[in-house]
Ligand binder design. Structure first.
Ligand SMILES: CC(=O)N[C@H]1[C@@H](OP(=O)(O)OP(=O)(O)OC[C@H]2O[C@@H](n3ccc(=O)[nH]c3=O)[C@H](O)[C@@H]2O)O[C@H](CO)[C@@H](O)[C@@H]1O
Ligand SMILES: C=C(OP(=O)(O)O)C(=O)O
Length: 418
């Protein structure tokens, strides 16, 4: 099994190009099912989750071609199946996002229940209730969500908690519903904005994009079109934290500072100098050791849970004590035990972790448990004295494109074996 090996101690310097956002491209790919003409997506990252989504769309009958490494043509006209099988859904939870598009377009969808994962139980009750609010009959049988309707009808639905995936699924379904849909207490993540903008490009009528209330005027059909996926704010944040931890200076190119205020503010609090243009972000740590920061994860625009593990890694070697509160997922501290293997001083009390910075981490064999946990171990390995060997790195390939090459380009000593 592949492993990543790091020899820590190099300050990162230089430029790194940020890829398209995993969490934007996945719902957008699923939503292409709604169109009745081909859709071309550019700035598509080369990630394992993207390959899984392509396989899922292919299993539904879509024709997909790749014309360079970042552009995909999806022809949804040949979609003729409405069942998303367990074998594909179990490898990627975001597969549930075909539920709304299949139901809206074909009046029928069966999607295997995704189940939980290492970070939490992750139910899909809000997705189901949203479809019901649009008039669908939904049952859960034999491990599948089964949904049926003649044509979805616009309605009003209030999400009783903020969910990124449920907002995306119900929004995608509503664009082909008859009449007006008002969705309240929506998640406002930049990836939802990207999905909504892509749907608009294909002819959907959506108001309130980027706010917690989305109003959708249903249309008869979506046409084809071209759309460029936005930059990945979590990948960007991961590189910026790495530069801060190593005392370096890097510029992230094709990045979007306007989607990551809370993360940039925390990096400034940690002692970084940050400047940006419309599509670059530069972080200069000037050789300083970061200061520990307190973070509390919460829905956008607050601090993202997908950056929690990376900031935990920074706090492990920072000056001072950082208190980390995870409010989104009940089990998202698995990386802490592995960071402790590198010498970190962490106390966990329920959903709070108290991280006391130590002057030096030391390399050790560690194991990745999920995507961002893997990222935190890479970051810790960049500063740990000696060799860090990370096992189960397939988690990282779900969400980071060419991570070793990108870090090597910034001067890190990192390689993959096996
Ligand atoms: C592919 C993708 O975009 N993944 C992101 C998405 O995941 P995902 O869309 O799965 O996350 P949600 O925003 O739905 O989850 C937020 C919370 O709501 C709960 N919940 C969710 C749905 C539901 O029907 N019932 C329910 O109780 C979840 O268990 C969790 O506690 O948003 C998360 C929160 O920003 C990110 O960490 C993930 O990277
Ligand atoms: C939790 C994540 O992704 P997913 O929802 O696909 O598991 C993530 O991107 O950190």
């Amino acid at each position: 099994m592949a492993k990543i090996i790091l020899n820590g101690g190099e300050a990162l310097h230089g430029d790194v190009q940020i890829s398209g956002a995993k969490n934007a491209v996945l719902p957008i790919l699923c939503a292409t099912i709604l169109a009745d003409e081909p859709v071309t997506l550019s700035n598509v990252p080369h990630l394992h989750d993207v390959t899984t989504t392509i396989s899922l769309l292919g299993a539904l009958g879509a024709k997909i071609t790749v014309d360079d490494s970042q552009t995909l043509h999806i022809d949804p006209r040949s979609v003729n199946r409405t069942v998303a099988p367990y074998e594909l859904v179990k490898t990627m939870r975001a597969s549930i996002l075909v539920l709304g598009p299949l139901l809206a377009k074909f009046g029928h969808a069966e999607v295997s229940l995704p189940g939980g994962c290492a970070i939490g139980s992750r139910p899909v009750d809000l997705h189901i209730r949203g479809m019901q609010a649009l008039g669908a009959e939904v049952t859960v049988e034999n491990g599948f969500v089964k949904a049926r309707c003649d044509r979805l009808k616009g309605g009003r639905f209030v999400f009783d908690m903020v969910s990124v995936g449920a907002t995306e699924n119900v929004l995608s379904a509503a664009v082909l519903a008859r009449g007006t849909t008002v969705l309240e207490n929506c998640a406002q993540e930049p990836e939802i904005v990207d999905l909504a903008l892509c749907l608009q490009t294909l002819g959907a009528k959506i108001d309130g994009i980027g706010t917690s209330t989305l109003t959708v005027e249903g249309v008869e059909r979506l046409h084809g079109g071209r759309y460029a996926v936005q930059a990945d704010r979590i990948e960007t944040g991961t590189f910026l934290v790495a530069a801060a931890m190593t005392g370096g200076r890097i510029t992230c190119r094709r990045a979007r500072a306007d989607t990551m205020d809370s993360v940039l503010q925390k990096l400034v609090e940690a002692g970084a100098d940050i400047s940006h243009t419309a599509d670059t972000i530069t972080l200069d740590m000037g050789g300083r050791r970061p200061r520990a920061v307190d973070i509390t994860t919460a829905p956008y625009p607050a601090f993202p849970t997908d950056m929690q593990a990376q900031f935990a890694a920074m706090n492990c070697m920072a000056d001072g004590v950082g208190v980390i509160k995870e409010t989104i997922f009940e089990n998202r501290f698995m990386h802490m035990n592995e960071l402790m293997r590198l010498g970190a001083d962490v106390k966990i009390d329920g959903h709070t972790a108290i991280v006391r910075g130590v002057p030096e981490l030391t390399g050790a064999p560690v194991m990745a448990t999920d995507l961002r946990a893997s990222a935190s171990l890479v970051l810790a390995g960049l500063v740990a004295k000696g060799e860090t060997v990370i096992d189960r790195v397939y988690h990282i390939d779900r969400g980071y494109e060419n991570i070793e090459e990108k870090f090597r380009g910034l001067g890190a000593r990192i390689r993959r074996v096996g």
